[in-house]
Design a protein around this ligand. Sequence first.
Ligand code: HEM
Length: 422
Amino acid sequence: RNALSLWTTRTVLRAHSLFGDPLAQVISPSSAVPLVDAYRRVRLAGPMARSRLGAWATARYSVVSQLLRDPRFGVVAFAGDSRGFVPQPRVGGDALVHPINDSFLSLDPPRHTRLRRLVAPWFTPRALRARTDRIEGVVRRRLDALDTSQPVDLMADFATSVPVEVICDLLGVPRPEHERFVAWGQVLATALDGLFELRELDRLHATMVEMEAFFRELTDFRRRNPGDDVVSELVRSSGEDDQVTAHDLLATSELLLVAGFETTVNLIGNGVLALLTHREARERLVADPGLAENAVEEVLRHDSPVQFTARVAKEDLVFHGARLRRGEPVLVLLSGANRDPSVFPDPDRFDVDRANARDHLSFSGGVHYCLGAGLARLEGAVAVRELFTRFPRLELAGRPRPRATKLIHGVRDLPVRCHEPA
Ligand code: HEM
């Protein structure tokens, strides 16, 4: 059991034990300090900030974007090392497939490049254009299904349902299985922050066992019955490339679920909340639904669903005056970079007309730049556009509760009254 640990973990746990200030405030689940204040302090501390006990972090826009593109930094410092996951033991057998640890998110080039290339064709602008009607259909069906006679929780009934249907459609998962994906996605998203209780570890382990069994079955099914979906394509290309193993195939499919689900749920949730709490922005969107794309960029900048990532030095190096030893991690505060006033004037203001909102770093950068960025943007824009077009008088019906997680930023619930137009 002790061997179960998680990806941000090496960073998160180290941060808990090592970081004196102000990083503990950024990451500690119990911290009450607003994140933007903690990010500001890190940014003011220098291009590369160092805690009293020696851990590195950066929240400056130019430094973050440069670091993410610098090949001297990677996600793997030593052979066999990865994001801090320890292999998940299975009773009497080999290790469980881990969606983060074993997938290309946790690999450096050249292996990263080979595996990413297998699924990249599904995320090109052209492929996304071809899926737009289906995504609009998913969003409209979900809006039709809302019981508008009473307050509804838009997190449970809208923000969660849309991404899960979209990702299941992409992976070729049959509809009756979608609910299981919702449950798995939630367990995995909570786990990304690091788990501190045995009960949570048990839940994660059970989820990984179930998920792997599910994807094994799906892969076998698609081998016999290929369809127009990512899993079928992965099966086909792994047949042509003998360096792609069955393990890679499972890890890649699972990665798409993990990476594409809770992130997008919170993009939609944060977007709806921002528009409900910024009256003028919402009125502008209702009058001009074409504003949805830029509004979503501003949501990503102002309220990024993924707050930070981490890199390790792959060699001894000097970066912006910081001397790092091979293997030393750096906490890369994407959200802190998004509030850098030298790039985004008046950065704490939510402004749907912000001209350079799209320059945010919420999708990271360099070789690990989010593969699903285009899909997330599309889902986010369709969701807020359709929601506010359908219910222009939508209003909050209670105070949303923030999520307890730090890596994933969002709310647990979003109670609203829809007010059907007469
Ligand atoms: C990678 C954010 C939606 C698939 C990443 C990374 C970030 C991110 C920050 C890079 C992590 C790092 O550099 O260490 C987001 C956000 C999303 C979102 C904020 C929604 C608002 C999606 C969707 C998919 C997806 C919808 C696909 C269905 C991936 C994949 C990677 C990735 C496959 C790994 C890329 C690589 O390692 O080469 N995402 N993501 N993401 N994302 Fe997303």
